[in-house]
Design a protein around this ligand. Structure first.
Ligand SMILES: Cc1cc2nc3c(=O)[nH]c(=O)nc-3n(C[C@H](O)[C@H](O)[C@H](O)COP(=O)(O)O)c2cc1C
Ligand code: FES
Length: 595
């Protein structure tokens, strides 16, 4: 059996679609998801203007799925067009758009017209911006028709209308879309809005309080909606909502969808999910004597005589996802303040957490405020610690905390440094960025390895928070510690990079580990590579979710997620990141040049 699916005349490699809002912030990440098996990828929804979205936490895994209130962060149509027109788009892509008014959709669709893309998706159904935007357009057949008709007048691309799953007359709206010229519908967006309350603090977890519900919990709703709409529609359906394995994808196809969309499962199952389901669906069709996967579409409507379909051995028989990251709310055990209250280390009981690898991070949530990533600076059998500097609104909330107050911790997340392969290391840290290297030094010492640890800063106040942690971790003399300050007020005078050559000559380290500001990392790598010293650095990017779903931390050049594939990367890899040392993305996904 050879399967050659097509969607609205475009030949595609399988029936999977990356759903909008999942890693679709950058072109590199879209290309990567396509290369990992998605037949068609969808961009994050683009609106008329740049939007930062809602404050964090924006994504929460509540056990039955995900609740999110990312809040349609995007660089705005002009920012999107300026990046997209320069890029090579060598994969099938749906551009998703949203607007506050009916006219917005027309304006955006018109601006997209000269660009290279395949399908236009009208996101008229986002449930987590209703405070600002009012009831989603998809609740009204008149508004749905109006938007669809107008978009059709300005675009040459097939139009997909993305519907809401939770309204009683969903089928009527689907039919209204078809009547006004839609070429396909996507069933559906997230359900809700819903709410999750943290019972340790009685505070809603999402900063926006409410958010859209997705993941395994919504699969039955998706299947029911598709089953009902399929009977009334002649246009194809993209079935999205709760698919986390082959079983879910098969249900959606059997209910009547031509393609299956995958969103939350990118988090719960990883990027391998596209190939896994593609293989599973094909094997199911083959084992049961179908000539192509086309024959699976609407199969549940065609059953006149009962027949037993065999499920291929490697396919899970249930539809539930596998990964679940536990978010724990714990009281602050101890606080150490330095630099007149400008640098703070928070300690918590470590008992409930698995041992982090040095370099890994946690998302810290101050209930009712925000959530941000922090590397572990301290860990032993009793305590876990995070060190941070007062800068920005979130750190003010952290600096307002007193001992005993609750903080949410999600982790350990991401990857850690390679401490196995070598026997002698050079650790180089700049300012508060030194934090993860303190715990790294402790682990190296425990493993009986040698290390030279150079920590640099502007003056005494930027480094004096480190020695108490070094003492508390009982880092012994196998680790040679050198402090240096630009004004000579603490340790040796000078900047860290000036000391590299001396240490390399004297100690011949086999591997370097670097943390600190981006420019510091860039300069350090250049020096180390000249001295033929390889190593790894921990890099920082905007992180909204920390669990690999929102795409805010994806890096250009590879499309990888700093929160999952990083934050620790090898020097050679960092050289391939076209953005490193040049620009970063802000909350809206807009590019910000580095000075
Ligand atoms: C973090 C996150 C962000 C999302 N952002 C968007 C978006 O920008 N536009 C959109 O149309 N749908 C968005 N969605 C909805 C998804 O595209 C999808 O319709 C929904 O999550 C159901 O699929 P799933 O259960 O496979 O996740 C988002 C979903 C999540 C979880
Ligand atoms: S994907 Fe959301 S922060 Fe990395």
């Amino acid at each position: 059996m050879t399967d050659r699916p097509a969607f609205l005349k475009l030949k595609i490699k399988n029936r999977s679609v990356l759903a909008s809002g999942i890693l679709g912030v950058t072109i590199s990440s879209l290309r990567k998801v396509h290369s990992r098996g998605a037949a068609i990828v969808t961009t994050k929804s683009i609106g008329p203007e740049k939007r930062k979205g809602h404050p964090a936490p924006v994504v929460y895994d509540w056990g039955g799925g995900i609740i999110n209130a990312v809040g349609l962060s995007n660089p705005g149509i002009d920012g999107f067009v300026s990046r997209w027109k320069q890029a090579l788009i060598d994969f099938p892509v749906i551009v998703s758009i949203f607007g506050k008014t009916v006219k917005d959709f027309m304006i955006i669709a018109e601006k997209l017209e000269p660009l290279n893309y395949d399908f236009l998706e009208l996101n008229i159904s986002c449930p987590n911006v209703s405070d600002e935007f009012g009831t989603p357009f998809s609740f009204s057949d008149k508004l749905t028709q109006d938007i669809t008709r107008r978009a059709k007048t300005v675009t040459s691309r097939p139009v997909i209308v993305k519907l809401s799953p939770g309204i009683p007359d969903m089928v009527r709206i689907a039919v209204a879309s078809q009547e006004s010229g839609a070429d396909a519908v996507c069933i559906a967006n997230t359900a809700g809005p819903g709410m999750v309350i943290d019972t340790n603090t009685a505070v809603p977890v999402l900063a926006n309080k409410t958010g859209g519900i997705s993941g395994p919990a919504v699969l039955p709703l998706t299947v029911k909606n598709i089953f009902a709409a399929y009977k009334e529609l002649s246009i194809p359906i993209i079935g999205t909502g709760g698919i986390s394995g082959t079983n879910g994808a098969l249900q959606v196809l059997m209910a009547g969808a031509s393609l299956y969309g995958i969103g939350s499962a990118v988090y719960s199952e990883g990027l391998g999910i596209f190939k896994e389901i593609g293989k599973g669906v094909l094997a199911f069709a083959r084992e049961n004597g179908f000539e192509s996967t086309q024959e699976l579409i609407g199969l549940a409507h065609k059953t006149t005589k009962l027949r037993y379909y065999r499920i291929p051995g490697f396919v899970k028989s249930h539809a539930q996802g596998t990964r679940y990251k536990k978010f724990q709310v714990v009281p602050v055990k101890e606080i150490l303040d330095f630099d007149k209250g400008g640098i703070r280390t928070l300690f918590f009981e470590s008992g409930g957490f698995s041992r982090p690898e040095p370099g890994q991070f946690f998302m810290l949530w101050v209930p009712g405020s925000d959530q941000k990533p922090f590397s572990v600076s301290f860990f032993d059998e009793k305590e876990i610690g995070f060190s941070l500097m007062k800068r920005g609104k979130f750190s003010e909330a952290v600096f307002g905390l007193t001992e005993g107050e609750p903080v949410g911790l999600l982790g350990p997340l991401g990857n850690g440094f390679d401490l196995e392969r070598f026997n002698s290391y050079l650790l180089a840290g700049g300012g508060i960025g030194t934090a993860p290297l303190i715990y790294t030094a402790a682990r190296l010492a425990k493993a009986g390895k040698k290390a030279h640890f150079i920590a640099g800063g502007k003056s005494r106040s930027s480094l004096e928070w480190i020695p108490p942690l070094v003492d508390k971790l009982k880092i012994g003399s196998d680790i040679e510690l050198l402090y240096c300050t630009e004004d000579g007020s603490f340790g040796e005078p000078g900047v860290v990079t000036e000391h590299f050559q001396k240490v390399i000559k004297k100690a011949c380290p086999e591997y370097a580990l670097v943390c600190g500001p981006e420019i510091f990392i860039k300069n350090s790598i250049a020096i180390f590579k000249k001295g033929r010293l390889q190593g790894q650095a921990s890099i920082e990017r905007m992180m909204k979710c920390g669990i690999g779903i929102c795409g805010s931390c994806c890096v250009d050049g590879t499309g990888d997620r700093v929160c999952v594939e990083g934050p620790v990367f090898q020097f050679d890899y960092i050289d391939r990141l076209t953005e490193f040392g040049n620009y970063k993305r802000d909350e809206s996904g807009s590019v910000q040049r580095l000075d």
